[in-house]
Design a protein around this ligand. Sequence first.
Ligand code: THU
Length: 132
Amino acid sequence: MMEAKEEWISTATEALDKAYVPYSHFPVGACLVTKSGKIYQGINIENASFGLTNCAERTAFFKAVSEGEREFSHLVVAGHTPEPISPCGACRQVMAEFCHPDMPVTLVGDNGAIKEMSVRELLPYAFTEKDL
Ligand code: THU
């Protein structure tokens, strides 16, 4: 039987084929796991007006949050990159909004490249509600 984390990695990797990337041809996939064990798949969704692009991570968060989810336990992000994919700054900020700083994030690239980080490691000294 597959370990839960392997399943989440497969879910993020399978999302790569669904990415809408006619401009960059740079697919990204995500798998966001709730504390109750539900999973939300995300892809990057580009637009002819390039700045409107939504990253895979934020697609997964916005799908989940719009369904009422608020508690997350893990995020996997996958790219077709030689090194594990590096999430952009905007997505790190969204992770900081919804996730505990210790929440693990698994970053995946091609050929088994993998890196485990926490939300805090991805965005130290994050701006959050406590700063308002
Ligand atoms: N991209 C993501 O989906 N997530 C990231 O964290 C990095 C960048 C997407 C946005 C765009 O569609 C493509 O990768 C190239 O920048």
